[in-house]
Design a protein around this ligand. Sequence first.
Ligand SMILES: Cc1ncc(COP(=O)(O)O)c(C=O)c1O
Length: 388
Amino acid sequence: MAIRLSDRMAHVEFPPIAEAIGWVAEHKSTRELLNLCQAVPSYPPAPGLQDEVARLAHLPGTSGYTDIFGVPELRQAFAGQVSAQYAAKVAAENAAITTGCNQAFAAAIMAVAQPGDNIIMPAPFYFNHHMWLSMLGIEIKDISAFGPEGAWPDVEAARAKIDGRTRAIMLCSPNNPSGAIYPPQVLLGFFELARERGIALIIDETYKDFRPGHAPAHELLQRDDWPDTLIQLFSFSKIYALAGYRLGAMVAGPAVLHEVAKVLDTMTICPPQISQRAVIYAIAELDQWKEEKRQLMADRLAALRSAFEAPELQFELISSGAYFAYVKHPFRGVKAKDVAKRMAQKHDVLCLPGSMFGPGQEDYLRFAFANVEKEKMAMLVERLVNSQ
Ligand SMILES: Cc1ncc(COP(=O)(O)O)c(C=O)c1O
């Protein structure tokens, strides 16, 4: 007899990136595939960081476990970096290092919610957030990620959805999939709503370093009362091009972190030590490198926006910003997945259908444009035009 599998897992969608890559598994075109599918940097880590990893590998202590929340030097360095970026004072005790931002999300949710509870989340949303909530039996109450004033959700829409089982409002800024950067006032509005209702405001800030300028993304950490409400999630994957090293972080108050420790210990015991030590190096040494990459991404965004101004193009740029562009395709009534598959197999453009990011997204495609050199944006638009 075959193994009986979990009914709950049967209802969780299959990993979308793997599915999309499958569409081009037998890519036979002679043209280069423009891969705008997954948000991974198109360049390797800084050479100094690679040397540091090699050096660390030879140290006897590197192969061991660390504290659940990471080595104290990294928690200190990361808290210092966050304090500087947000013009705030974040203590090392408020910083937990995790095995990637996805794990930080998983732990934050488990700390605040249980099966039968619900989370308010703007749609389109990052699919792994949806998958994890589905696995846990936590309901998603979705609101539109595109509110009346811009490519960010409306606080009042969230207020209207909160009930006795709501445990958190989950935001992602800069946003995956839209690239939108939520204004500080918008984040403050959500913070105040969450505080008033005694629920968490969780913000995934994986792409924070790709915002233009150096002003703090928000002022929430400058408040004395932030630990009662705010949980911030970060990733080292994108900014240091370390996705496979699996390192992320959380900033939260002591009560949340107390529960988070249980989750992290059970899942992975500690984050990978070699990656932690590599990021200590990165925080100390790579500000200039980081700045260059931020500029590179800004140039790619500018090239994309300018290419999308082509008058014959019927694809509409709905939102673009850090790393991603969200695009309305011109094929009304055709499912987004069919459009994306055709773009991949006939036009050599691999992107993700909006339907992988939540309900009501059949008219949209997500372009992870950060993977594509600025010189190729015109080629991308040419292929889109040819597909019309
Ligand atoms: C919004 C968002 N959060 C988290 C992650 C995953 O980050 P990590 O590699 O640190 O787990 C991604 C990766 O694409 C992402 O887009």
